[in-house]
Design a protein around this ligand. Structure first.
Ligand code: FES
Length: 621
């Protein structure tokens, strides 16, 4: 931290909050509000004389409330920069700090917040994690029994710079504990709270146990675990050393902790799965290895930077294998536990990777973007005619579209990722997606349904998952009927209800719409936009006279070749169960109704060069 602070090309802006992020890769504009410290940064020497005379004490957040701090203080002893700040929520304006500061005159009660506008080329999100609060697990008694503490509290109690100067003491009576129970997976791997594994708790529990055992060989330490996970280099050996030192490992998650009201000792009840028996152990102290959880403001930051979140709530990477430090927004990178729980070596590796990815952006004068982006036809955009709309801007997960009444919608090409959601949402066909225009889509339908359309299943698939799933079905030699015809788009968000109707109008027997599972979509909320849109499909089909059973919506990942094969097999069986004559009659009856709805396509310049809609009559006849 000190090295970073001294570096001539690093500016640390502390005690500040990000208000807004605009722009795009290479050209971000970030508005930051620096909170007033009421202490001048250039005059404060960090001597601490002000804190020494401050009469107000409040719980110290860094020490997790185990020690007090003053109303004028630094966050912790190694803070960078080491500049004091006044906590105005608790300050009583006695001005003793001003007197103690004396001639240095560093304290200024008149300070105001300062707004900074920064221009940056790339952004790294390294916002870390929060700790799970175990008070919501009543059976463990955290918050009720003073000697039940979290692993983070243990870190502070065992730290020589901590509130007890490194001496482990029981909070109830200050006695040095002779026995300790450590409970793993508190709030993680637990369907009630968080299903994921917090990753690093096994190793810090073993580390803490070993340090305490080294300090006191007689200490009786038990670790209650579901599985000990030691996948990294040297970790298994570390675990074996802990066993050799006499640390007891009990295979089972405790169901209850109770307290002896007299001694404040704790009784841990658990099933030892190794021996298949319920055991009860009395111990002086309990340490809970609480889950790492996403920071409280993750949602707020995600919306400021157009980032997506994984089901566990952490920031989601662009691709878990191929772009693990990139976020879905170009130019924004992820480092450390903000992306998911990880230990120190993994955080350092990811931090270095994120820095080098960011440097790659900064070292170039120009940046190439994907050609698959959306564009607006100003003549068709009703916003240009003074009418309120903005559906495209709402559908865009990247904030790439701005709409002002009286002006056509504007798409910032560098921010557009080409999901196509805006093109599908626009009710006036004013937006198209290059390389996946309406005309190109309909032309493909025309070709795919040129012969015996009633025997075909049209499968609209997103590029990243379902298309990969279909590919996987082929390369894995999963058998499925030959009746399906695939039509690829970048994201399920691009799949227009009108494409489905057009497929039926052209006589398709069945239609499948398929994309990624919600958490896997490569375009933040693209899948959600599609899921919402197609939840209305059944009613729409009924309205135009098509049996809704001829339509199916499925989320298929690139690894689910078996699922793709199963879905197509089931759809084929369903198609064959329909009476062919009745199916054709249904299609013919629905054609004019669908044709009326799609008539606007004819007038659209985006459909220029398209096979005339009337041509399908011949095919159907
Ligand atoms: Fe597959 Fe969005 S990329 S649904």
């Amino acid at each position: 931290m000190v090295d970073a602070a001294r570096h001539p090309q690093v500016e640390i802006i502390s005690y500040a909050e990000v208000d807004r992020v605009d722009g795009y890769i290479g050209n971000f504009r970030v508005q930051v509000t620096k909170k007033p410290r009421y202490v001048k940064m250039d005059l404060c020497t960090g001597c601490g004389e002000c804190a020494a005379v401050c009469p107000i004490e409040v719980p110290n957040d860094f020490e997790l409330g185990l020690a007090p701090r003053k109303a004028i203080d630094v966050p912790h002893g190694q803070s960078v920069p080491l500049i004091y700040a006044i906590d105005m929520d608790h300050c009583i304006h006695c001005y003793q700090c001003v007197t103690a500061c004396g001639k240095r005159d560093a304290i200024d009660f008149g300070m105001e917040p300062e707004v900074l506008d920064l221009e940056v080329g790339s952004i790294i999100m390294a916002t870390g994690f929060d700790n799970f609060d175990p008070t919501v697990i009543p059976e463990y008694g955290f918050g009720r029994y003073p000697n039940v503490i979290t692993a983070m509290e243990m870190e502070r109690l065992a730290n020589s710079a901590g509130p007890t100067v490194g001496k482990l003491m029981r909070p109830s009576d200050g006695r040095v504990p002779k026995s300790l129970a450590i409970i793993q997976c508190v709030g993680s791997r637990d369907k009630r709270f968080n299903e994921y594994c917090s990753g690093f708790c096994c190793m810090y529990a073993i580390k803490n146990a070993m340090l305490l055992k080294q300090a006191d060989h007689e200490m009786d330490i038990s670790i209650y675990y579901m599985d000990i996970r030691t996948p990294s280099k040297g970790y298994e050996e570390f675990y074996n050393r802990a066993r050799e030192m006499g640390i007891r490992f009990i295979h089972g998650r405790p169901s209850q902790i109770s307290q002896d009201p007299e001694t404040h000792n704790l009784i841990v009840l658990a099933e030892d799965q190794e021996i298949g028996e319920v055991i009860e152990l009395e111990t002086d102290m309990v340490m809970l290895s609480a889950a790492a959880i996403p920071r409280l403001d993750t949602d707020e930051m995600a919306s400021k930077l157009a980032l997506s979140r994984s089901p566990s709530g952490f920031f989601m990477e662009y691709h878990p294998k191929l772009r693990p430090v990139d976020s879905p927004t170009d130019g924004v990178f992820l480092a450390g536990a903000a992306q998911g729980p990880k230990d120190i070596p993994a955080s350092v590796a990811q931090g270095s990777a994120a820095a080098s990815r960011a440097a790659r952006v900064l070292s170039q004068d120009t940046w190439e973007i994907e050609p698959v982006i959306a564009s607006v036809n100003a003549e068709l955009c009703i916003s240009a005619q003074g009418k309120k709309c903005g559906l495209c801007a709402k559908a865009c997960p990247y904030g790439a579209i701005t709409v002002e009444v009286g002006q056509p919608a504007v798409i910032t090409a560098a921010k557009c990722h080409g999901c196509g959601g805006c093109a599908a949402e626009c009710p006036h066909n004013a937006i198209t997606q290059d390389h996946f225009t309406d005309a190109q889509m309909v032309a493909q339908l025309d070709a795919l349904l040129a012969d015996k359309p009633e025997e075909k299943i049209i499968a609209f698939m997103c590029h990243w998952c379902s298309y990969g799933g279909a590919d996987n079905a082929g390369t894995s030699h999963f058998e499925y009927p030959a009746s399906s015809r695939g039509l690829r788009v970048m994201c399920s968000a691009r799949m227009d209800e009108d494409f489905v109707l057009e497929a039926f109008r052209r006589g398709a027997g069945m239609v499948l719409v398929s994309g990624c599972h919600p958490q896997d979509c490569h375009y933040i909320t693209g899948q959600q936009v599609a899921a919402k849109r197609f939840s209305r499909m059944e009613r729409l089909l009924q309205r135009v006279g098509i049996n809704p059973e001829r339509f199916r919506l499925e989320w298929i990942s690139a690894a689910e070749g078996d699922k793709y094969a199963r879905v197509i097999t089931e759809m084929d069986a369903k198609l064959k169960s329909f009476d062919r004559e009745a199916l054709l009659a249904e299609t013919l009856a629905a054609r004019p109704i669908i044709g009326k709805r799609l008539a606007r396509w004819k007038a659209s310049p985006l459909m220029a060069g398209l096979v005339p809609l009337e041509a399908t009559e011949e095919v159907l006849a």
